[in-house]
Design a protein around this ligand. Structure first.
Ligand SMILES: [Zn+2]
Ligand SMILES: [Zn+2]
Length: 135
């Protein structure tokens, strides 16, 4: 069981089962959406995910096919479900790392698009674009 929350604490959620290793996306859209080198996400089965509070605080910004979900109060990125409603994509920084002692960065995607100042220093597999197949 792991617990996550946004910066202001309005949006909170729980994951009852395992989460995947973190993947980081270095594409230009994620860079602009987060104002940072990349986004860091882990995935959990929709069966294991539940909102505790603040679902009404979540807003969505879309640009083309890109969707960014965030807390309207503090601006933190928040989890979202894939269109098939099988998997939640969870910004890894919302969960206290002590609750995920064995987690690591497993993969980097869109490495070909990363900023020149973005230096990858871990052992995660690097893909120039998207995953070769769905994780
Ligand atoms: Zn918030
Ligand atoms: Zn991206």
């Amino acid at each position: 069981m792991s617990h996550g929350e946004c910066f202001c604490g309005a949006v909170t959620f729980e994951v009852a089962g395992p989460v995947t290793d973190i993947y980081q996306c270095h594409c230009s859209l994620c860079r602009r959406a987060r104002g940072s080198a990349c986004i860091s996400m882990c995935l959990a089965s929709a069966r294991d995910f539940s909102w505790i509070s603040g679902e009404d605080q979540i807003r969505v910004f879309s640009k083309g096919n890109y969707r960014s979900t965030f807390c309207q109060n503090c601006g933190s990125p928040v989890p979202h479900c894939d269109p098939e409603e099988t998997t939640y994509w969870i910004p890894a920084g919302l969960i206290d790392p002590q609750q995920l002692p064995d987690i690591k960065v497993g993969a980097h995607v869109y490495v070909a698009s990363k900023a020149h100042w973005d230096k990858i220093g871990d052992t995660g597999i690097q893909y120039p674009k998207d995953f070769p197949s769905q994780p």
